[in-house]
Design a protein around this ligand. Structure first.
Ligand SMILES: *Cc1c(COP(=O)(O)O)cnc(C)c1O
Length: 364
């Protein structure tokens, strides 16, 4: 068959091992999954309440415009409803943007390593990939600027970055955006924005009115704890949204997700609780790393990349057999590290204990 040539070079996304898989394989009772940056506290209790009381008919298509959720988000961010695009997860928005702009003869600029989906989608569309190595775990913004030319379609900036957890402060980010040509779309993937404590942040509405070539991606999968429902959104100038909309499939966000997201957005107290607990959790990991002389990147997210100075797969496997699923840094571009999601206090203490055992076995 006449597959796109570039498709044959790709492998499907490898999700972390599931809890049931690990239980069965190692005969363990209790498994803690700290691999996919999910929220250990679940989602707001208001979500279950809202869904219980909502008359949802499974036979009816969802609202393709997500009118109610759109209005909630517009009010929350003080933007116009036409400045929003909804996605079946922000992964779907990455796909929509790629489909809308990238193709043969177009190039796209991104960091390496960074979130894998930018490159994956760009390859499918046949675009030229221009990867700019991270400098000390941070985006090399000058380096990225220097790779932009007349054929550049999209620049991807993951802030905070996955898998390092590093953050571009507001002043540096804005100085960078000033220098990007106005006909190049900058995608600011802010999946972890709600966890950031590094600076005072900025108002998204100011950002997208100042820079009409920027789209900010956010998600309900991380701090909002709705990963299974698949819902994310983009915020941009209305001209950007209008151009992207035809590339979106009409009913890409299901009814349950729309209703759940509205309820989740209303409970900002829960979000603040999770943010606070996450900082406490990170402190547990920082302390462990310092005591054990392990390098790590101070994180602005709900995960931490820890360098064990040995094969990351080996650390991963050891922890797996103790019932902790983490991500090996190997496929993420950090071969001697593991990426651990910050869990509850008890989960953190547990995985830290297991990591101490690994170090003890390793040095004995
Ligand atoms: C998790 C993640 C996403 C994907 O989020 P979904 O909304 O669940 O598709 C996007 N970008 C980054 C950097 C992520 O870590």
């Amino acid at each position: 068959m006449k597959w796109k040539e570039q498709l044959l070079t790709l492998t499907p996304y490898q999700p972390g091992k599931s809890i049931d898989e690990v239980k069965r394989q190692y005969g363990l009772e209790n498994i803690v999954k700290l691999a996919s940056n999910e929220n250990p506290f679940g989602c707001s209790a208001k979500v279950a309440e809202a869904l219980k009381n909502a008359p949802i008919s499974f036979a009816i298509y969802p609202d393709g415009y997500a009118t109610d959720l759109r209005e909630s988000l517009a009010a929350f961010y003080k933007v116009a409803p036409e400045q929003l695009i909804l996605g079946n997860g922000s992964d779907n928005l990455i796909q929509i943007i790629s489909r809308a702009i990238l193709g043969k003869g177009v190039n796209t600029v991104m960091a390496v390593p960074t979130f894998s989906q930018y490159k994956h989608n760009a390859i499918i569309e046949g675009a030229e990939i221009r990867e700019v190595p991270l400098a000390n775990g941070h985006h090399d913004l000058e380096g990225m600027l220097s790779r932009i030319d007349a054929n550049t379609g999209v620049v991807w900036v993951c802030n905070p970055d996955n898998p390092t957890g590093t953050y571009i402060p507001k002043d540096k980010l804005f100085a960078f955006l000033e220098k990007v040509p106005k006909d190049v779309l900058v995608v600011l993937d802010e999946a972890y924005n709600e966890y950031v404590v590094a600076d005072e942040g900025y108002h998204v509405n100011e950002l997208v009115s100042q820079f009409e070539n920027v789209i900010v991606l956010r998600t309900f999968s991380k701090i909002y704890g709705l990963a299974s429902l698949r819902i994310g959104y983009g915020i941009a100038a209305s001209e950007v949204i209008r151009a992207l909309e035809p590339a979106r499939e009409p009913f890409n966000v299901n009814t349950i997700a729309q209703k759940a997201a509205i309820a989740a957005l209303e409970d900002q107290e829960f979000i603040q609780f999770c943010k606070h607990k996450n900082r406490e959790g990170l402190e547990q990991f920082y302390q462990f790393c310092q005591e054990s002389n392990l390098d790590y990147y101070p994180s602005q997210t709900n995960f931490i990349l820890i360098d064990f100075k040995t094969d990351g797969n080996e650390v991963f496997q050891f922890l797996l057999e103790k019932g902790y699923i983490v991500r090996s840094g190997k496929p993420l571009g950090f071969p001697t590290s593991v990426r651990v999601t910050v869990g509850s206090k008890e989960q953190n203490a547990g995985v830290i204990e297991a990591m101490k055992q690994f170090l003890a076995v390793k040095t004995s």
